[in-house]
Design a protein around this ligand. Structure first.
Ligand SMILES: [Mn+2]
Length: 432
């Protein structure tokens, strides 16, 4: 007998990987975990009859000869079926997209870094020319969308997108998918969000807007992360935190969402013993009061800031400058020689303007090339301080439609940051 298992708190990627495994290994039996994610539970409440899932207690463990493990590589996350791990002569096959080593030792494996595990299995289904029903295609696509954040998580690979395209060609239904991916936002969640908004607050730390909200909750509440995400969006802050304390269980759940790279939520939550992605993270703290947790978060944000990349790390210096009396044709020559598109203009050592290639379009007659740059330069110079973040530089460039910002510290120009410097940062091309 062949059995397919996956991780506890089964999500759509795990569920779809189990279904795909039953197609790749005909006759195999998918065993559902006792705990399912809320939206998977909702999906199964309607679709359960279409798939032949079993519960662990329906399986005669003695009869199992082959175990197919999908979307997980450590026994602790498998749940009850993990006791099969002790069975001698059990053949284990592993399909996983987590490349962090685990403790499951398979006889055969397909492990590759991929946005979603189902992508690896779709590749195999396609290779073997196994026909998919539209419902299977829909479920598999849901798995890809969920694990890759609609292909927007940085972990997404080109192959995830190819697999998504293939599933769409197999008639995956985007309407159905949308209705199941919509996270569980019910009465309980609505009330919590309402309470948070009533006691909402906003503070500024190092130029970033932050909202930290403390709330007492009773018992388990699903989808608090969804509530915090909505809270951040409504408050329109760079980062939002919910500190949910449960008196009875003597613990605090901290959930954070960040919309800027200067505040890396995963890093920050690591400091509280949790973890996550740059945009979202959480931590669970035992026997601490929520005021103390708030103070810890504030400390971490200050510290986190110092560790992140600043303008002073990206800027170029020394800066090529010209004086306000330089003629336009000399300026043009300097721009050409230096290969830059703009240069700061100084008068008596003070920054008075910026001359760039597009200012030359203002020249209507040849004779004007002998005029000084001060006649054509833009005098509204947008500058930035060295401690600001690349994101803030990018915002200024977009807002004022300029390609470079002189970096000014205490009234002195100490460098310049260009559009391409900030691009280097966002595309992670920084030299080591
Ligand atoms: Mn997964």
């Amino acid at each position: 007998m062949q059995v397919v298992v996956t991780h506890k708190n089964t999500d759509f990627d795990a569920l779809s990987s189990m279904v795909a495994a039953t197609l790749i290994y005909p006759g195999s039996v998918p065993v559902l975990s006792k705990t399912l994610n809320p939206n998977v539970r909702q999906f199964l409440s309607i679709h359960k009859d279409l798939f032949h899932f079993c519960e662990a207690d329906e399986i005669d463990f003695d009869q199992v000869t082959r175990l197919i493990v999908v979307d997980v590589n450590c026994w602790a996350r498998v749940g009850r079926t993990a006791r099969l791990s002790k069975k001698p002569d059990l053949e284990i096959l592993l399909w996983d997209h987590h490349t962090i080593p685990g403790d499951i030792e398979p006889a055969w494996l397909c492990v590759e870094e991929m946005g979603a595990n189902i992508t690896l299995m779709v590749r195999e289904l396609k290779k073997q020319n196994i026909q998919l029903t539209p419902i299977q295609a829909t479920l598999f696509l849901t798995g890809i969308y969920e694990d890759t954040g609609n292909l927007m998580f940085p972990s997404s690979q080109a192959e995830d997108a190819f697999a998504a395209g293939y599933l769409m060609s197999q008639k995956a239904d985007l309407n159905i998918l949308g209705s199941f991916l919509r996270p569980a936002y019910g009465e309980k969640q609505k009330n919590i969000l309402f309470e948070m908004l009533q006691s909402a607050n906003r503070t500024r730390i190092n130029g970033f807007s932050i909202s930290i909200n403390r709330l007492a909750i009773q018992g388990h509440v699903d989808s608090l992360a969804v509530v915090v995400r909505m809270y951040r969006e409504i408050m329109n802050v760079d980062a939002a935190f919910g500190i949910f304390t449960d008196q009875e269980r003597q613990c605090a759940i901290v959930i954070g969402r960040s919309n800027i790279d200067a505040i890396n939520m995963g890093h920050l939550m690591k400091g509280l013993g949790g973890g996550g992605h740059p945009g979202a993270g959480s931590a669970m703290l035992k026997s601490v009061n929520s005021e103390a947790v708030e103070a810890m978060i504030l400390d971490l944000i200050q510290g986190n800031q110092q560790g992140s990349v600043r303008i002073s790390d990206l800027m170029s210096f020394p800066v090529v400058t010209i004086s306000a009396d330089t003629t336009m044709d000399t300026a043009a020559q300097i721009l050409r020689e230096k290969g830059c598109t703009g240069i700061p203009v100084l008068e008596d050592g003070k920054l008075v303007g910026m001359i760039s290639r597009r200012d030359f379009k203002k020249i209507k007659s040849e004779s004007r090339l002998k005029s000084p740059v001060k006649a054509f330069m833009s005098t509204h110079v947008v500058t930035i301080e060295p401690g600001k973040s690349p994101m803030q530089a990018a915002r200024l460039m977009v807002k004022h439609d300029v390609g470079r910002l002189p970096v000014v510290d205490n009234g002195n120009m100490i460098g310049i940051i260009t559009r391409s410097d900030t691009m280097m940062y966002f595309y992670d091309l920084l030299p080591d």
